[in-house]
Design a protein around this ligand. Structure first.
Ligand code: SF4
Length: 191
């Protein structure tokens, strides 16, 4: 159990991620073969014991990772078998093919996007990924899902950006139509 997204939620971590962030706290989940296979029906059986809490608080299931949007086929099936009253939320870097996002907007109610930084060079240095893919996917998400249900997180990343750079990222995101920002700092416990 954890609190990720609105209300009481069960946090379900899926394995695999196309990025390689310097300060990733979930490195064990980066390889897809590290996960324990589970069907949508089995997951529903596991989490439905908390149905009362989910419905009373407007919560449900939050999918994290790794990169949660690598598993959109699973979410389609889970949406079919779980309670229609549960809210499904995905934590994502948006570093995924567009087709994954097209599927996600049909089954996921809310998105928490970790955009890292809006400067392409900092983004690439920190993640190893392509900034343009994240930005274009964010534009698609803002156009195809309710912006009220999208939170974009902008971290202060030790050794990679500054508070000033983070503020610049926030301004760019607001100009794109992002309504909810979560501005925070990574806490690095060890090197
Ligand atoms: S996107 Fe998340 S899971 Fe993937 S490498 Fe970065 S911090 Fe780790």
């Amino acid at each position: 159990m954890g609190i990720d997204g609105k209300g009481v939620t069960a946090l379900v971590a899926g394995a695999g991620c196309p990025l390689r962030c310097r300060w990733c706290i979930n490195k064990k989940l980066l390889a897809e073969n590290r996960s324990t296979p589970v069907t949508a029906e089995e997951l529903n059986e596991k989490v439905k014991r908390d149905d009362l809490y989910f419905r009373a608080t407007g919560g449900g299931v939050t999918f994290g990772g790794g990169e949660s949007l690598l598993h959109t086929d699973f979410y389609e099936r889970f949406r079919e078998v779980c309670s229609p009253e549960w809210k499904l939320c995905a934590e994502t870097s948006l570093a995924v093919p567009r087709k994954n996002l097209e599927k996600a907007v049909k089954s996921i109610d809310a998105f928490i996007v970790d955009c890292k930084d809006m400067d392409p060079e900092i983004y690439h240095a920190y993640t190893g990924g392509e900034h343009s893919l994240m930005v274009e996917n964010l534009r698609f998400l803002l156009a195809n899902a309710d912006p009220e249900r999208i939170v974009v997180r902008i971290p202060l990343i030790p050794e990679f950006n500054t508070e000033e750079m983070r503020e610049r990222s926030a301004e760019q995101l607001k100009a794109m139509g992002v309504k909810h920002l979560d501005i925070f700092s990574y806490v690095i416990r060890e090197k």
